[in-house]
Design a protein. Sequence first.
Length: 317
Amino acid sequence: MAMLLERAPDLAPPRPVPLVSGTSPVRPLDLAGCAPGRVWVWDESTIGGNKIRKLEWLLGDAVAAGRRGAILCGPTGSNWVDAAVRETRRIGLAARVVLFPKPTPPYALRNRARTRAAADEVVSVPTVVLLPSACWSMLRRHPDHALFPPGGSSVRGSLGHVGAALELEARVEAGDLPVPSWIFVAAGSGGTAAGLAAGLELTRLPTRVAAVRVTDLALMNAPLLSTMAHRILAHVARTRARGVPRRLRPDRLTLLHDWFGAGYALPTEEAHRAVAAAEPCRLALETTYTGKALAALLSRAGSLDGPLLYWHSFGGG
């Protein structure tokens, strides 16, 4: 956050709420079948997952606007809802939740229990089609609340990972890791991948982003992801930031589809193998997001040049 605000001071006010302490650990992954030093991991689980970076900006905007709470939505057992309820309540705001049904692997069951215990109100709808009307109905009853987007993926929320890209460049310059040719990251609502791609345009790194689709095509597709990244970049460019391009480099961001499987939160054999491969490396994955992202990296590792960086976004447990 500090690096981004130094580069683009007009992004604040509103000033983000500081939720991330320290930096994300980065280390090589000794994965079977990959040469030593071939694959590295940027581990966001130590800060509570990728959602925390988004919440710094979203909650900062809500506090500055005098909001007394936040309305959060997502699938049952959502990592985003779990993290957002926790952090919203931690800074003294109310947290109200609208959930829609989806498969619930073990981590999602734990998230669901924590959400129901911590939130001020939880409403469940029988289908995702009813989600927008339920959210707007809740907002009408609580007009002093902020309505946060699914996954926290908005222009402001994604600034968290614009800042993370600047941190990555600093870590490379410090010698903590080599320049990665690619970052592999799960793309659910897309804010993390889009923010990283936009942020890399502010650096000298040639690194490209492989966003691994883990949600339905209607919710995550190449035009949507590209538009999101360009909107983030345009938002930064409108400030006094130095040397911000107006458009992404054409090959900066790629959306991969082949590891989605039969549906959201439905595991694949490749994801199960990736989860197992990461266990000896002391890295806990799940099969909804991170297992599919690492599976894509492992599948592509033999055909790509340079070190590969796996962006570990999972913060649940």
